[in-house]
Structure formats: C-alpha cells, structure tokens
Design a protein around this ligand. Structure first.
Ligand code: NAD
Length: 679
C-alpha cells in the first residue's frame, strides 16, 4: 500500500478538519453564525449561482449557518421556483421541529435572491450549481471571472465535469475548485472538495474549513471523473440496471437485496430514481469517457428511460412509478405493489420462457419478486408432468434437515426451530453434533437474557431441534438444506448422497454463496428438486434470503423454499443461477473498485470510508466492510465473479491479492485495511 494512501492527507471528519488542513476550530456558534478562527472566517458573503435542486439547498445551508448569501437565477420564472423550493424546504424543517420561527426569519434575512450576476461581484466565494453542461458552465465561469473581485474563490458543484478545464478557462485558475454537495444538501453530511493540480493550498484549506463550519464533513479529492463517491457508486448502480435489463432479478428484488443484505438506506434503482436518470446517464457517460471502462458505459436501459422522458421522481416515473412528480416517498418495495407500467421491468415485455428470466412483477399479490416464484421457473413454464412432485405449487414445510455444523448451519437451524419447524442437524462427528446443539442452546439462552425470547419459546425451539451424525435420519424431511464447506467436489458428493436418502418430493437446497447451484443439481437424479437458498450471516439477524432456481429447477421447489423463508420471518428475493447472485455480484465489484482507487493513491482509506458512509448512508465504508468480511473471502468472491463474467473490470485489484498474501485478512488476523485490536 502506498505511503501516500495511508498517510491521510485530507480532512475527513468535522473534528479533524481543522487539524488536518491547517484550519483551527471552525465551529458553528450557538446563534447559528459560522464563526471560525481560521480560513473559514474569510467567508462572509457567499454567492450561489443556479438555485435548482442543489443550489437552493446549498444556499439554505449557508444562510442557516450565518453567512450572507447572494443567490442568482437566470430569469424571474426560475427565481420564483427557487423561492418556492427554499420555502418548501424550510416549511419541512419547521414541521419537523428543526427550525424555529425566529431562526427562519433570520435565515431568510441573510438570503438575497435575484437575477443579476453582478450581485455576486463582492462575494468571497461563489458556488456554481447550474445545469451539468460544460458549455454553460464554461461561459458562466468566464463571466464570473470578469465580474468578481480578483480574490474571490470560484467553486463548481459539478458531479462529473473536469474542474481543471473550468479553472483553465478563467484568469484565476488557482482560485477555482470543486465543491461537490450531495442531494438533498440540507440533509446530507458530505461535501467533496475537489482540488486541481494548480489549486491554491490556502483557498483549499479555507473551503474545507467552511464545510466544517456549516456542519458538514469534507473529504478532499483530486479532479477525476466521479471524484470518490460517484466513481464508486455509479459502477454499482449501472450494474444494478444491467441486472434488471437482463431480467436476472426484478427491480424490487434488487432493491430489497441491497437494503436487507447490505443495510443500504435505499436500493440502487430507487436511488437512481432519486438522483434523476438523466443526471445518472450524464455522470456515467462522463466517467466512461475518462475511464473507457465498459462497466461505466451507461446501460442501454438507462438511455431508453431518459429518451422516453422517464427521469425518476422528478417526472413521476423512472424505474418505479410515483404518485406525483417530485414525490417525497420511496416506492413500496414490498408485497402488494402492482405496477406493470414501468419500462424495463422484468416481465413487462412479453417474452415468456426466456432462460434466466426472473419473472414478472405485478402478478397477483406479487411485487416481492420471489413471492410469485411458483408461476415462473427460469426455464419457462413447466411442461405438464415435467417436474414431478416438485413441479407445482409450494409444499408446506414441517421438517427441515440441515447438513453441516458451522456458523451458517447453526444459525439457520436456530431460526427454523424458532419459527416452528422440526429441525434435524447432521454433523459428521458426534462431538461436532453435540457442540452444534450446545451452541444453538447458548444462542437461544442469550436471546432470553436480552429479553428477546421467552423461556417457553426457547424450550419449544430446543425441543424441535435434534442433532445426528446419520444422514439417513434426514430422509423424511420436507426440505434438506446443505450448509457445508464452500467446495464444489464436497457439495456434489453430498448431493449425490442426499438424493439417495431424501424421500420422493423432498426439496434439496444449497446455501452456497458462489458456486453454481446447477452443479449441485446435476449430481442428483432429481435436478428439478434442487434450488439455491442463500442466507446471510448472522442468519439470526439478517432478514434476506436469495432463492436461486437453476434452469432445471421445478416451480414447486422454488415456491417451497420461498414460502419456507417467509415462514421463518425472512424476506426472500429471487434471481437466476449466476455468480454472486444479487448481493455479492453488486457488492464485491464495488469493494474491488474501492481497492483500485486506493491502489491508485487517489484517496485514503479513511476518506473513502468516510465518503461512502457520510455521503451514501452506508453502514460501513468499503474498507471497514472488507475487513469484516475478510480480505481472503473478498478476493475469492471477486475471483469467482471475474472467472464467470470475464469482465476485465472485475479482475481482482493487485493490492487485494498482495494484502491476502501478506496475511492481512481483516479483523480475523488483526489487520486488513485497518488495524484491529486482537479479539
Ligand atoms: N442533483 C443531484 O443529485 C446533484 C448532486 C450533486 C451535484 N449536482 C450538480 O449540481 C449542479 C446542479 O444540478 P441540479 O440537480 O441542481 O440541477 P437543476 O436543473 O435542478 O438546477 C439548475 C438551475 O440552474 C439554473 N441556471 C441555469 N443556467 C443558469 C445561469 N446561467 N445563471 C443562473 N442560473 C442558471 C436553472 O434555472 C436551474 O434552476 C450540476 O452541476 C449537477 O451535476 C447534482
């Protein structure tokens, strides 16, 4: 790892801004006035040009922090809309008790709005937030350069254009930088401050200080397409669009998978609708221009939606359909959603029986994707008699046999026993079987101690759990679920054995996270009964289950494990049998991209983690997460994605391989990207 990358040269936390950038203690005083004993004190009057979605929010934040703000729009109509936007936002803050009447009056008193650009001439800083068009921005910067005092610093809120190019078009390139805010500006805590190769260090430090003074966190990034957040986020978002485009999974299932599997506040498609599909398309196109990485080339579906004027929430329809334009609500992703209208929706285009198709949304009671699994086998509607006992609807599951005694096997056994299923857990050795039983008992006891489970329910759950070393004892179970080591030869051999002992009509399921489910299916004489059921760790906590039918799986088998997941209080999503399923296929390329960004010395571990947590609301940054997952596991999954998809962009980052070779595996070895206290 390069020293530069480790040193942490940039500010990344409010408390650290001052010390790491030369500023000292920029604070917001109790009265709300930005007061600082450092660079940020030089900002008294700030101009904001373009008061659309972003500019209006930025002006509100600055005026709310005690700065005098001069807002400029291009004409009176646009100015009227801008006033409405600000009023609306302040109303909302007041409704939520975040803004008192007096403070609102003061804030509005500090805000002067007009249509004359000359009004910003004596500002210390001018932030440009007009449309994302290079020609428009270049012309505006040329005019600002003319009308503003020589000392005025000019900042652009561009998401994807070259700050360097904008700076070069002025006579003050050292005092031009990027200030990339996040939407909605009053709510989101991050601002990426973008320096070019000629940016003046004092101007940069003072802008970073200002960001801290208005209550946001700054990370400093060099001028590269997408900076930190978008460069990592948009590859992931594009990937999600391609999944829907390829009918690999439904939009609802992709979104639910990332919310429940990764704790993201929004799924990628709902997020794209919020960002605006036109903006997303422009950002990806600009990233592609710079990187020439096929993974950044906007997915054709995105371009089609934009061409059709379906731009997301702002037009009332994008991947989802909203009750109104600019609707504040996230579309429901749960059952009951019937929305056959959205373009690009799997199943919306009539093409029955496409292999890999994940089915239609909006079927009766559907929307949860996997909920209607019975009606949609990946291989198309089953020919009568084709799938035998598992060819129809869900079979009610009373008993489950679990093979394995590791973390997943025990966690799943506990969840299923607690939800009223008879469970037989089979380990290879008697001591392992007993230990598994004791671990489940201890976990149930811990739930009782935390007040999450009654004594009676614990006793009932334990009463439903049996352990054995004899695979034959699983023969009578309705579902036989394998959770042994992630090794294809071992799993195939086990499936051959399960096929021998399982009763006719039983469903055989695998918990594999990376291996092809179909390889397990072909090790049996009943491939129609074999399906993937991918749980997440810890199973007791994580609500997501990916249900993975192969091209050979019967509809009944898919429906049965889907219903079983629901009965166990889990949220099933369905996808085709492709490496990484939904979550890992979206998550690991993103983690790998973060490692590549680090490897290129573009930003530090801390800045990247901060940018993704503060800027996107992710529960963990990519490096903190890789350390939890394990760098060896991260590498193995990244390799398996690369081997299956042959995408050059999925090739594991050399730095990741290097760290694994050095046994920097993350929390488990005390050191990964971060150092960890020994456990
Ligand atoms: N929307 C986002 O999520 C987001 C996030 C971060 C950054 N950005 C960037 O912020 C900038 C603005 O984006 P937005 O979403 O607010 O766009 P927007 O279309 O909502 O607002 C642009 C505003 O600029 C005004 N305008 C255009 N030309 C002008 C001129 N010459 N003088 C004064 N006003 C002018 C328009 O009337 C409009 O109100 C873009 O560069 C965008 O890439 C957007």
């Amino acid at each position: 790892m390069g020293e530069e990358a480790r040193r942490g040269t940039h500010a990344h936390g409010r408390s650290e801004n001052a010390s790491r950038t030369g500023g000292e203690g920029a604070t917001v005083s109790p009265g709300g006035r930005a007061a600082a004993g450092d660079g940020s004190a030089r900002w008294r009057r700030v101009g904001v040009v373009g008061l659309g979605t972003m500019g209006a929010g930025i002006a509100e934040v600055l005026a709310g922090s005690g700065l005098d703000v001069v807002g400029v729009e291009r004409d009176t109509d646009a100015l009227r809309r801008a006033r409405g936007r600000i009023e609306h936002s302040l109303d909302r803050a007041a409704r939520h008790g975040r803004l008192a009447d007096a403070a609102r009056g003061e804030l509005l008193g500090r805000l002067s709005l007009g249509t004359e650009l000359a009004a910003v001439s004596d500002c210390d800083l001018v932030i440009e937030a007009i449309d994302e068009r290079l020609d428009a921005k270049t012309a505006l910067f040329a005019r600002l350069d003319e009308v503003c005092l020589p000392a005025t610093v000019l900042a652009t809120n561009t998401s994807s254009l070259s700050v360097t190019e904008l700076a070069a078009g002025t006579g003050r390139s050292a005092r031009v930088l990027g200030m990339h805010w996040f939407n909605p500006a009053p709510v989101m805590g991050l601002v990426e401050v973008v320096r070019t190769v000629v940016t003046d260090a004092d101007a940069l430090a003072a802008v970073v200080s200002l960001v801290g003074a208005v209550g946001k966190t700054a990370v400093v990034a060099a001028d590269r397409a997408g900076f930190i957040v978008n460069a990592l986020l948009f590859g992931y978002l594009n990937n999600a669009v391609r999944m829907v485009e390829a009918r690999f999974a439904t939009r609802e299932d992709v979104d639910a998978a990332m919310r429940l599997g990764c704790g993201h506040p929004m799924g990628p498609l709902a997020l794209l609708d919020l960002i605006g599909l036109d903006a997303a398309h422009a950002i990806l196109a600009s990233m592609y221009d710079q990187t020439r990485d096929h993974l950044h080339a906007p997915a054709p579906l995105l371009g089609q939606l934009v061409a059709a004027g379906l731009l997301g929430r702002k037009t009332g329809r994008g991947f989802y359909t909203y009750p109104a334009t600019d609707a504040p609500d996230v579309p429901p992703e749960g059952p009951g959603r019937k929305d056959p209208g959205a373009v690009g929706e799997p199943g919306a285009v009539g093409e029955p029986g496409a292999v890999g198709e994940s089915g239609a949304v909006g079927e009766p009671g559907g929307g949860g994707g996997a909920g209607t699994a019975a009606a949609r086998t990946p291989g198309g509607p089953a020919t009568p008699g084709e799938a035998g006992a598992v060819g129809g609807a869900a079979v009610r599951v009373r008993s489950v046999g679990i093979v394995g005694s590791g973390t997943m096997a025990r966690g799943i056994a506990e969840v299923l026993a607690r939800s009223g299923h008879d469970v037989i857990l089979r380990a290879r050795r008697p001591d392992a079987a007993d230990a598994a039983h004791d671990r489940v008992a201890a976990s149930l006891a811990a739930a009782v101690a935390k007040g999450r489970l009654s004594d009676d329910d614990r006793d009932a759950a334990l009463g439903r759990l049996r352990v054995t070393t004899d695979l034959g004892e699983l023969g009578g179970c309705d579902v036989l679920l394998e959770a042994v080591v992630e090794d294809l030869a071992v799993k195939r051999e086990l499936f051959t054995d399960l096929d021998k002992v399982a009763r006719p009509g039983a469903v055989l399921a695998t918990t594999t996270s990376c291996l092809p489910v179909v390889e397990c299916a072909t090790a049996t004489r009943r491939p129609e009964a074999v399906v993937g059921m991918h749980w997440f760790n810890p199973a007791q906590v994580m609500r997501l289950v990916e249900v993975v039918p192969t091209v050979l799986t019967g509809a009944g088998a898919t429906a049965t494990v889907t219903a079983l997941a629901r009965a166990a209080g889990r949220h099933p999503v369905q996808c085709a049998d492709r490496a990484g399923f939904i979550v890992n296929a979206l998550l690991f390329p993103y983690l790998n991209d973060a490692v590549k960004m680090l490897q290129a010395n573009y930003a530090t571990i801390e800045d990247i983690d901060t940018a993704m947590t503060v800027g996107c609301g992710h529960p963990m940054g990519p490096f903190a997460l890789a350390d939890v997952v394990g760098l060896d596991v991260t590498l193995a999954i990244t390799r398996s994605l690369y081997e299956q998809f042959r995408e050059p962009g999925y090739a594991p980052a050399p730095l990741l391989e290097h760290l694994v070779r050095a046994r920097f595996l993350g929390r488990k070895t005390g050191r990964g990207f971060h150092a960890h206290a020994p456990r």
